[in-house]
Design a protein around this ligand. Structure first.
Ligand code: WTA
Length: 659
């Protein structure tokens, strides 16, 4: 720790807060403090402001229909198209401006830029190609793609023809792909030969094909050639088409955007839950797009002339809302980077920001903690003065990382928005409006105007400031999920059961996060309260990981918990009981790690695997995860008196220290 960081620690301990820099305030999109009061008084009509950011073929009759709560409908009977809003309507004024600036991982490869005109052209051609393959409105198209422009193009092409997309993160395993394609009954897949990771070409196509072998219906696959001569020489089978051929066959084609009802599905996004089965979160066209655009404008302060950089992956919701839909709906230049921040060196992001004069950076606390560890010399080598605003998302940011970001990346000239939201919320719902609100490091901020978030106790009563409780949302908002795909029952059970009073028709959304609130209504998010671990800002269900481990030969039982980790925020800790006749050895440990890698992907690999003869259980046989968390974190053990087998805990503790 350097001296100024020491001083900083002391200042932060006093709960120091920061005012938005004057240079930012004078140009901020959200500039009128009355917005909070106005939105409260004028709810839900206030959300016409969001709907007004997009163009409608037909106006909606009603802002919100609550008659079938919690199956809310927004902008009832409005007709629109997301692809039209992200492309066509910008052509006249911004056709020659860059819509998508792509940066590949190899430094010696030319970056690719698409003007709105060019992006519109390729989206139309690909939309025509999808139709050639038989894709119709409401057919789910899966994308299993790394960060290449064709992924963004495919999203917009699907939106154009009313085919919902379901993007599966490229880092997920073949099994994860198959599970999601089966659940969505998706008959179309877009994938690619491979991509670059740390200088080497990586074979993605084999993984996709392995996944396809687990899909229980016929699939028509489109394959992007990303690697060219660096490829692995795979041949396409009869039901596989080269992306380039589809585009060539449809050169110059135009496809009229399909009029979609505001409530028609725009996309599905699978996310981890408490059971082993991922949840298919359904987002709609009108409410989601309005929300993505409104938050991008008011929180990220996006203006058409900006060059906005979000370093997330389009495989996650952040990339959907804040690389593709929000920024493009606003007609700005959005960036997309294929690689990792430390290749070829640890200044890659700063180099990109300098080269393209990026105006915003939206990234994850995990990345910021890594930058901090690498040291300030990397950003110091570059001119980052083009930056106007910084953002974070995905996990709580510790005040020290916040301050480092503020000082060394933002040069104390950029406000930071710490944005709390989820796959389910579609976009940000708790964060500061950057030109209007004081920043408090570590606290996401107050709810956005028109959003009713409260912190309550188990009985649903609001807790006093400073006390820990549960985050709850008491009014619907346009960007919210509408249901879980083909599973209304689970939708109610997962999100609405805990705090709602159906008899009184009072519906409260429960995101399963713990939080506390201060005297000024600022919310500090304390993390998940369900069995979900947040590794580097990625949600992983402990059940999913446990079932992967139990699937490994020689494993009888497993418990997985999240333990704190300096960089990743949380990491996966596994406690494993071996089957009779199997040895607790390195070979089995490796097979367990490989098993998780294969079933889910490298992000879910355990940080540590501790073998134990028993797991701590209550008298009713429930695993006491809290104790395992204490062990993972090297903390004092909590109360063990309710255990059936209290002695086992010390044994596990000793084994954990030696593993
Ligand atoms: C966590 C990512 C603290 C939270 C957009 C939430 C955060 C989960 C923050 C959703 C934040 C997200 N501060 N925690 N600013 N943002 N989270 O669905 O636990 O991948 O429930 O969406 O990430 O993760 P998801």
């Amino acid at each position: 720790m350097t001296d100024d960081d020491g001083e900083l620690e002391a200042r932060l301990a006093e709960g120091e807060s920061f005012e938005p820099p004057a240079s930012f305030v004078e140009q901020a999109n959200a500039a009128d403090p009355a917005i909070y009061e106005e939105f409260e008084e004028n709810w839900p009509e206030c959300w016409e402001q969001a709907a007004d950011l997009i163009d409608w073929y037909e106006d909606y009759d009603e802002v919100l229909d609550e008659s079938n709560a919690p199956f809310y409908e927004w902008f009832v009977n409005g007709k629109t198209n997301a692809s039209y809003n992200c492309l066509d309507r910008h052509l006249e004024d911004r056709g020659d401006e860059i819509a998508l600036q792509w940066v590949g991982e190899p430094v010696d490869e030319a970056d690719r830029a698409f003007t709105y005109e060019e992006l519109h052209k390729e989206v139309n051609e690909f939309a025509a190609g999808l139709r050639d393959l038989g894709v119709e409105a409401d057919d789910v198209v899966t994308m299993y793609m790394p960060m290449v422009p064709e992924l963004a193009i495919a999203l917009l092409a699907c939106a154009r023809i009313g085919a919902p997309h379901s993007v599966v993160f490229a880092g997920f395993s073949a099994d994860a792909l198959a599970t999601r394609m089966n659940a969505a009954e998706s008959e179309y897949l877009l994938t690619c030969d491979g991509y670059y990771r740390r200088g080497d070409p990586l074979d993605h196509f084999s993984k996709a094909n392995n996944g396809l072998s687990g899909v229980d219906h016929d699939v028509s696959t489109i394959v992007v050639d990303r690697l060219g001569d660096d490829g692995f020489g795979h041949d396409l089978s009869d039901d596989q088409t080269a992306y380039a051929d589809l585009i060539a066959e449809n050169e110059g084609a135009t496809v009229e955007p399909v009029e979609r009802d505001a409530e028609d599905m725009l996309f599905l996004m699978y996310t981890s839950g408490t059971t082993g089965k991922p949840k298919g979160v359904k987002h709609t066209t009108g409410g989601y797009l309005s929300w993505a655009a409104w938050t991008a404008q008011n929180v990220l302060d996006i203006k058409p002339e900006d060059t906005y950089f979000c370093s997330a992956d389009i495989g996650w919701i952040t990339g959907h809302s804040y690389i593709v839909y929000g920024p493009l709906a606003l007609g700005t230049t959005t960036m997309m980077y294929e690689g990792t921040p430390d290749y070829p060196d640890k200044d890659r992001l700063w180099e990109i920001i300098e080269e393209y004069e990026a105006t915003q950076l939206y990234t994850a606390p995990t990345a910021i903690r890594a930058f901090m560890k690498w040291g300030r010399s990397y950003p110091d080598k570059h001119d980052l003065s083009s930056l106007r605003l910084l953002g974070t998302v995905g996990e709580p940011i510790n005040p020290r990382a916040w301050k480092w970001y503020y000082t060394h990346i933002g040069d104390e000239e950029c406000p930071i928005v710490d944005t709390w939201w989820q796959t389910e919320t579609g976009g940000m719902i708790v964060t500061t409006l950057p030109g209007l609100k004081t920043m408090k490091p570590g606290s996401a901020g107050p709810p956005l105007p028109g959003v009713d978030v409260r912190v309550v106790n188990v009985a649903g009563e609001e807790v006093d400031p400073g006390q820990a409780g549960y985050l709850t949302v008491h009014k619907p908002w346009p960007g919210m999920l509408r249901t879980l795909y083909n599973n209304d029952e689970r939708f109610i059970k997962e999100y609405w059961q805990e705090y709602s009073d159906p008899e009184a028709d009072e519906w409260v959304y429960f995101p399963e996060d713990g939080a506390k609130i201060d005297d000024n209504g600022y919310i500090t998010v304390l993390g998940r309260v369900d069995d979900v671990i947040n590794v580097s800002g990625h949600r992983l269900g402990t059940m999913e990981i446990e079932s992967a481990i139990v699937g490994v030969e020689g494993v009888a039982e497993a418990a997985v918990v999240g333990g704190s980790h300096d960089i990743k925020g949380e990491a996966v800790y596994a406690y494993v009981i071996t089957e009779e006749g199997y040895e607790e050895n390195e070979e089995l440990r490796q097979r367990i790690i490989d098993g998780v890698n294969e079933a889910i992907g490298p992000i879910a690999k355990p940080e540590s695997v501790v073998f134990t003869p028993e797991l701590p259980k209550t008298r009713s046989g429930k695993i006491m995860r809290r104790l395992l968390e204490n062990i993972a974190n090297g903390e004092e053990l909590g109360n063990t008196s309710t255990l059936r087998n209290p002695d086992v805990v010390e044994d596990i503790q000793a084994r954990a220290q030696n593993s």
